[in-house]
Design a protein around this ligand. Structure first.
Ligand code: AMP
Length: 128
């Protein structure tokens, strides 16, 4: 069965899309730690990130770098944190989280509640 992220990539489940090319897809995390918290996923469905073939892993980093630079420019954050958990969704993905301090990347924190309008505005700014 297709993962929830494959369904998002196929357009069967809605998302706030940030970027896409032929191999990768980026969209806002629906439970963000910060405004601009984005997920980068390979279109190829593989559960564990280090089971991706070397070329896909390399290219995914380069794709994430482009998205991170837009997040940094838009948010004015100090850095964009790169986090890989993958405990909830079995489709490899990188979290890109704008941060100003270490505590901004604490996944135990309560997540932001944003309206659909707020999500869409952020996604459209990040799409450029
Ligand atoms: P993890 O697999 O532990 O890295 O966590 C999965 C992440 O995907 C969580 O931060 C969720 O909020 C996020 N997520 C799950 N479903 C969706 C969705 N439909 N749209 C956007 N983000 C999602």
């Amino acid at each position: 069965m297709a993962s929830i992220f494959s369904k998002i990539i196929a357009g069967d489940i809605p998302c706030y899309k940030v970027a896409e090319d032929d191999r990768f897809f980026a969209f806002l995390d629906i439970n963000p730690l910060a405004k601009g918290h984005t997920l980068v996923v390979p279109k190829k469905e593989v559960d564990y990130i280090f089971d991706l073939d070397d070329d896909t892993l390399r290219e995914m980093s380069v794709f994430a770098k482009k998205v991170a630079s837009r997040i940094k420019e838009w948010s004015g954050c100090r850095k964009v944190a790169v986090v890989v958990l993958g405990l909830e969704v079995a489709h490899a993905h990188i979290h890109l989280i704008p941060i100003n301090s270490e505590s901004d990347v604490d996944f135990r924190k309560e997540k932001l509640k944003l309206t659909p309008d707020e999500f869409e505005k952020i996604a459209s700014r990040l799409r450029g």
